[in-house]
Design a protein around this ligand. Sequence first.
Ligand SMILES: [Zn+2]
Length: 439
Amino acid sequence: MAQTTIYDLVRRLGLTPRPGQQEGESGNYKCPLCGGKYKLNVNYEKNTYRCVRCGAAGGMLDLFARIVFGHEYDRNDPDAKDIRDAVFGEDNAQPRQSRPVPPAITPAADDVLNKVYRALLSLPELNLTEAHKKALIARGLTEAQIGCYRSMPVPEAVDIPRIYYDLANDCTKGEGMRGFKCPRIALGLYLTELLKERGITNFQGVPGWFKLEDRWCLYNIDGIMIPTRSLDGNVVSIQVRTDNAKLRYMTLSRKEFPSAVSTGISRAHVTRNTTKAPNECKVLLTEGPLKANVISALIHEPVYVIAIQGVNNTKCLLPLLKELREKGVEVIYNALDMDRITNRNVREGSKAIRRMMANEGFKFPCLVWDRDACANIAKSFKAKLPEGRVNPQEYQDLWTYTTALAAELEEQEISHNTSWPSRSKGLDDWLKTQRSKGR
Ligand SMILES: [Zn+2]
């Protein structure tokens, strides 16, 4: 009989999945422990879970014990056997769903990815649209600084020969594939064909491509294409800022499609505004390649800016940290958005990165760019707490003090709902504000 998996368990428990999420190695659910909307990440391969909001984490038995029995799982507890029987027991008549786990497909080497992605980005069909140009300039970039970005067009904007529509319809009986519609498949087949004409023939191991019967096809979503670069400057992944307000940023890939890369897709991004070596100038860490590029373009000192794709997406950082260490870097500045102080989710992510930095032997000091806003927020937090609850003398600086106040408010279940002012939430926002003031 098939072993019960955490995939079966979350269904049995009736957890609410994030609407429209893709089937993959993991899924996000509403956390039944703290109510956090889609903060509970369930890893189907490791049979583990973790809530990024309340920090609860463990295996299947622990998840079941906390939800149904109201406490952590401990195999020495008197009810431990009941919990095990309820999860794995023979007399449990719930239907079991077994989920076939396909073999992992890993990415090709960086120079292979670079060759394919650069050829893709050089296609005139992907030239920046006026709307995307405007959006980038609104972020603080100049015309000269937007040369590396491209637009993935809507299929209707491209002169796609009829044969690609016919192929897309024939292969999918006109229905497309799991939300990926026929005109988009036609565009993906056509762009791939244009690359073949330019001598790019092998798409194996390149995230973004999948096989439609025996043909390679590019998964595509319309939006601004932002290249993710390695320390060596290779383009190793492409992020898309979608035109759909709900989705915002996505990596160009569809890992559950046939022959598509299924693991190791997310990569850390590196950009710089200097020819100096990384150990001869400041190295900053932020979230999101576009943000990193804006910081690097607007800041008045030589820097390397590294970006993770999301504050809870830290695994991709590890190989880069090892490379930087070998190059003699010892300090990386924390330039994550300032809501790492006030937003619990960002703060937990920031803490996890701090632990990783410490493990790898890096100092990770905080950059604070808007002291005034931080002081105001500290003042408003202090007013909500009983006198003497958090002693400023115990903290080395204003931001660790403010962070402690935010944590104490959450501990006391006092809502603070603080949003950082938009002029200085990100270092990119702050640099743009300063520039508009002529500083
Ligand atoms: Zn939770």
